[in-house]
Design a protein. Sequence first.
Length: 396
Amino acid sequence: MSRTGPKRLITVLITIVLLAVILIPTARWYSERQRLTELKTLKDDCKSCVRDEDWESLRSAAERWSELEPTDANAWLNLADALQKLGEPQKSVEALLKVPKTDRKVRPAYLLASEMQMREARQPLQGIATLETLRDIDPDAEIVRRQLISLYALTLQRQKMIREIYSAFQYRAEPKEAYVYLMLSDHLSFTNGFQLNTQWLSAAPDSELFAVARLVQLSDTLQRLEKQDEDTEEQKKSVQEQMASLRQKYSKNRALLVTELERLVLEQNIDAVGELLNDSTDDSDDSLMMRYRGWHCLMTEDYAKAEGHYRASIKLMPLDWRTWHELADVLRNLKRLDEAENAAKIAVMGKELRKICLSLPDASQAPEELLLQILNYATACGAKEVEEILRFRFGQ
């Protein structure tokens, strides 16, 4: 049998392998060189398009750039810019959110995405979620904390707001207004709250969050009006009817519940408060609910139980002056007059500070003197975390 055939086959196979060894890297090198050349052209084109305000061409160039180099933040930022200028905010947001989370440009990209979602992209719930994602990526970014705290406050997510503030303390990333919000946390009310929640609700009409916050803020706005006439009273009546309807629809909503309890406490409706509290479960982590339980026990003269509820409320939120005020009343009834006097003094300090906080035109512009007073108040009422972070801020 001739060996010529097998030798020839081996030679051919070796030749093929050698050619592959040579040609495949060469092809890859050539392909990569072509890619880099195209990328350079695309980047130059994007600069020219921005300069000439040619947004359609910018879109095309940036789309191709993002295909060739999907990990380059600049590709997505250029694409987002083009889409925003072309009136496609939702697609612009999609591009911004594709900026790699490990890139240093993720913060401005996500901040812009969130801002657009809260406004022209009409995705307010997603806008809050985008900020929460960015907070997890960049926990010591004060600007992110500021926006989240503000949004939680505006939408009456009181407990989330408080948790966000205390979380920011750990990173020394709390904005100045955080201390003001803590002082006002028992009743969050904003002059633009109704307007903003109305806008967000129109963008997310099925949202429980915005529907509740909008109506509660409207109720507050009506209460604050200097001119109280028949029209105002009719509006208030209409709002109460809408509140009742929402309470039926969202029976577990905490913001609605504490709003109703606040109204009933002001009316001294002890029985109605008791009924609502009996229907409420899993509220031991809410200082306001503990305060209302304390009030009900105070009104029914169960002073020992009232003290327990008030102490639990203070442990959760020691800056609440009204809890100290009501605790002082309980302690007087228990004949512990020295303790009652101390609680009353703390209550007076907190009440005066709350008035000052309410009078601020802008919480973010809280003067240093006010923060120093809050520090002294925190020391008096045992708010250790607030005291420590303020001492750090003042370099003590």
